[in-house]
Design a protein around this ligand. Structure first.
Ligand code: NAD
Length: 513
């Protein structure tokens, strides 16, 4: 197969940005252009403060975006840090899609594919508007012979859909379409990309399909061991992605359903999860009872799998998987009701602190935050204030995610704080939504109760002292834990990993590329 010299990644989001950065890092001879139609996003990718927070991402971006020499300067205070030398700048973020698409050997489509909220399949089917628009742009500007890669999670049969569109827009021109779903997990994206469990490449079973798959496999082989690169057919590849997410989410709903039994019987859900997880056939991951799964992927991918099953005339299969989402919603409602009942069903005049808003720890991604439904239920009880703190989230992202539950009367009751102690000052209850590291200090990522560390902290924060006196800790060992009458949690104030939206550094950085 022909060597790849130029890659264009369409969509500089949670998947497109980090994936492009890691490909560029390991393939210094390939130019990687990341395209986004949002100029603000592009500007931030070109600035010292990236638009998304992922541990280790900035270091990789510095090497491939700015070249290794810049990177060495930037890390002069850490001389022990090993940085690749002579890495040319080969990662570019730009809004100029036409130029980049016209020179690309490979185009990866990494745009968002949310659930459809209208018409046929509403609430289940994938809304393909954004994906189709991006594919059409590729069809218009790409060179003949370009390999088009589905990086986004798409419904089965999308490769055929793209093929049809290409045939309409550019009749008679040869394009190969591959499915190459992404399995990274937010919060550990860089680690997942650097050491992937597997890379799936789905192609047409034709000689040209196989050649295209081989060309993409060679890009990954720069750092991924060959046995982990699986070349399969496009349908299997598209379906495999949905199945992985559905199975992970299923474990969470399963353990949460058992947590409801534990609540009634007094059995300990953590002990049960531990015991089940020690069986090597089950394994310990994704067995932590809590508020359930949030984020932009699990719910939508299960909905997509449900819709696929329905479309294939398999209602039993559709029902089976849709229960995973139903259980997830029920668990959140159950938790919100528990908080309200615990407060004697009277929240009027009270302040509730909300710690954690991102859909899980170590990410700033607020999409499908678990806090939203909890806050919706709490607001119905007319508390005086909902005080939110998350060390990784931008306040504007939090407020825009909450938009659907806000109205003229309750809006002024919701505030986002940049300091955990202020959010909890004189709170009547504090609800911990996610297990963000600052809220839980645990040795090995193991779930523990909020640590009780009253020593040094209290001296500097007089108001905090007051609330501690009548503190009462309710241990419901679940994530989405609640602390009544004042807060007890250990919080390490430190620099927030993300900068404010109006950060002068980012604003002043000129658009490159
Ligand atoms: P995202 O919303 O963070 O990023 C998508 C980006 O695409 C946005 O910046 C948007 O402005 C841009 N975009 C949309 N249309 C465009 C166009 N025509 N031209 C240029 N840019 C355009 O989404 P994401 O979280 O990165 O997810 C992307 C896809 O990857 C989805 O299909 C998702 O299901 C899948 N996925 C996501 C994750 C995850 O953890 N977020 C993991 C695996 C797979």
């Amino acid at each position: 197969s022909k060597p790849v010299r130029h890659i264009a990644v369409v969509g500089a989001g949670y998947v497109g940005g980090p994936t492009a950065a890691v490909i560029a890092l390991h393939n210094p001879h390939i130019r990687v252009d990341v395209l986004d139609k949002d100029p603000r996003r592009v500007r931030r990718w070109n600035s010292p403060h990236l638009p998304i927070y992922e541990s280790g991402l900035i270091d990789i971006v510095r090497v491939s975006r700015d070249g290794a020499s810049t990177c060495l300067r930037a890390t002069a205070d850490k001389p022990h840090q090993s940085t690749p030398t002579n890495h040319p700048p080969n990662l570019f973020f730009t809004t100029d899609s036409q130029t980049s698409l016209a020179r690309a050997d490979v185009v990866m489509l990494a745009v968002n594919t949310p659930t459809k909220t209208f018409g046929i399949g509403s609430g289940r089917a994938t809304n393909m508007t954004t994906f189709d628009a991006a594919a059409k742009e590729v069809a218009l500007y790409a060179r003949p012979g370009t390999i088009i890669v589905e990086k986004s999670t798409v419904p089965c049969g999308t490769a055929q859909r793209v093929r049809k569109m290409l045939d309409e827009v550019r009749p008679g021109v040869d394009f190969e379409i591959l499915s190459n779903p992404e399995f990274l997990s937010e919060g550990s994206a860089v680690r997942n990309l650097m050491q992937p469990d597997r890379v799936l490449i789905g192609s047409a079973k034709t000689p040209s399909g196989r050649r295209a798959a081989e060309a993409l496999a060679n890009v990954y082989a720069a750092w991924v061991p060959r046995p982990r690169i699986l070349e399969i057919d496009a349908w299997s590849s598209e379906l495999a992605k949905l199945v992985s997410n559905a199975m992970l989410a299923q474990r969470i709903s399963s353990i949460n359903s058992i947590s409801a039994i534990c609540d009634r019987t007094g059995a300990d859900i953590d002990e049960i999860a531990k015991s089940a997880g020690l069986d090597p056939r089950i394994g310990p991951q994704f067995l932590k009872a809590g508020l359930g799964f949030g984020g932009s992927c699990f719910r939508k991918d299960i909905a997509s799998l449900t819709y696929l099953s329905e479309s294939l005339g398999l209602p039993e299969v559709a029902h089976y998987w849709s229960q995973v989402n139903s259980m997830n919603e029920w668990q959140r409602d159950r938790f919100a009701q528990k908080v309200i009942q615990r407060m004697e069903e009277n929240l009027v005049g009270k302040k509730i602190g909300i710690l954690g808003f991102a859909f899980k720890k170590n990410t700033g991604d607020t999409r499908e935050s678990l806090a939203v439904d909890v806050i919706r239920a709490l607001l119905q009880e007319r508390p005086a204030e909902i005080a939110i703190f998350d060390p990784c989230c931008l306040s504007e992202d939090i407020m825009s995610e909450l938009e659907p539950v806000l109205n003229a009367t309750n809006r002024e009751r919701v505030h986002v704080y940049s300091d955990a102690y202020q959010a909890c000052q004189q709170a009547n209850a504090v609800v911990i939504i996610n297990d963000s590291d600052p809220f839980r200090q645990s040795p090995a990522g193991q779930f523990i109760e909020p640590s009780i560390d009253l020593s040094a902290k209290t001296k500097n924060i007089p108001y905090y002292d007051n609330s501690i006196r009548n503190m009462q800790y309710m241990a419901s060992k679940q994530e989405g834990e609640m602390v009544i009458e004042g807060s007890r949690f250990s919080y390490r104030p430190g620099q927030s990993p993300i900068c404010a939206e109006d950060c002068p550094d980012c604003q002043s950085t000129k658009l490159r590329g």
